[in-house]
Design a binder for this molecule. Sequence first.
Ligand SMILES: Nc1ncnc2c1ncn2[C@@H]1O[C@H](COP(=O)(O)OP(=O)(O)OP(=O)(O)O)[C@@H](O)[C@H]1O
Ligand SMILES: [Mg+2]
Length: 415
Amino acid sequence: MDRLTTAGPALLGLALMFALLMIVALIMVVRGASGRKRGRKADGGDTMLLSMALQEAVGKLKAQERQMAARAEASERLAGQIVAGLNSGLVVVDRAGEVQTVNPAARRILGLDADVNGGPVADVLRQVPALAQVIGEALQTSAPIVRRTVMLEGGGKPSHLGVTVSPISGASDEMQAVVCLFTDLTAVVELEERLRLKEALARLGELTAGLAHEFRNGLATIHGYGRLLDPGSLPEPARTYVDGIRSETAALGEVVTNFLRFAKPEQFAMAPVDLHAIVMRAVDDLPGAAEATTISGTFATVNGDDVLLRQAFSNLLRNSLEACASGNGTAQVIVRGEVDGGDVLVTVDDNGPGLAPAAVSRLFQPFATTKAAGTGLGLAIVQKVIVSHNGVIVAGGSPAGGARFQVRLPIQRAS
Ligand SMILES: Nc1ncnc2c1ncn2[C@@H]1O[C@H](COP(=O)(O)OP(=O)(O)OP(=O)(O)O)[C@@H](O)[C@H]1O
Ligand SMILES: [Mg+2]
């Protein structure tokens, strides 16, 4: 019993301690569980926030990407429109010599086929090797070529191009390609040529007219003294010498007079002139021309001097008839009018022997003649008259194997 009485409080204490421990453990378990629950809740919130932020960033990036793509597309479209709308020819060639871009103006100016787009520059520009050469030079030297005038061979149009070639470098400063821009300078060069010719003719007239005048006075004196000598009273061979002096001074006097007529500055009586009527009159006035000449096509009214223009066409017709007469067969001269933009083009074709190769380069020079009795001033006068009317004259071959002279004159604009 005593033992019981002494063990009772000890057991009670132990039970109390155990219960206390259990309560603490329970509290700890409960606290631990609720702590874990709270942590899970916080983790879930953070993930949600993170994913929302990510979604927002991705959305922004996508919008930016869309904007950039639209901007790139718009600038590409604009670049395409600029290249296509350029009046100048544009050819882009990479450093390997491959053509990357040819714009419509380049195709139009150079007469390239519509399907020409790429390939080696020498192939693409084989019709215009002079241009390919300039591009090749820029590719080789990596140096820009600024406003160079390139002459195209073949006598076609265009005859001259104004070319600028600019190298393009990448980030490494190494040349990546060259951009070649060019314009058709044919009209400008023709205008310059016309002005140059006009000035040269005016200068020639001023300079030589005075000199020729002095010559003519001297010749007249020699001729006069020669006439005072009576060949009949002179012994041989003096008589032959005097005859020689007389005929030579007379011939020289005629040359000087003709030259003076050519060189003297013309006084123009400008008025609207119907070119068809001019050609008809020139044919009518020339003996034998009406039977041999056919007039066809469309003519126009030009602002010009009626007398001088008639003289010009008369000289052309006379040359054609003389050339036909030197050949065998019936003379056939065809005069055809054609309106070409703001100009009228008059072509005179004949079926004579054609232009002698040696004469071609000097045709329009004064005193260039292949005829025994020719002065060689006919075509020089024609050119002077046409140039003074702001026109051009070119010579070549006719389809019938003879000569062709083509006169281009500006049509008078209705005021
Ligand atoms: N239709 C033609 N066919 C062939 N040759 C031509 C023709 N027209 C001109 N020529 C050549 O051009 C040269 C120069 O012609 P141009 O009219 O200036 O002088 P020309 O006819 O010789 O002399 P001129 O006119 O004083 O009688 C001629 O001598 C001739 O050789
Ligand atoms: Mg002549």
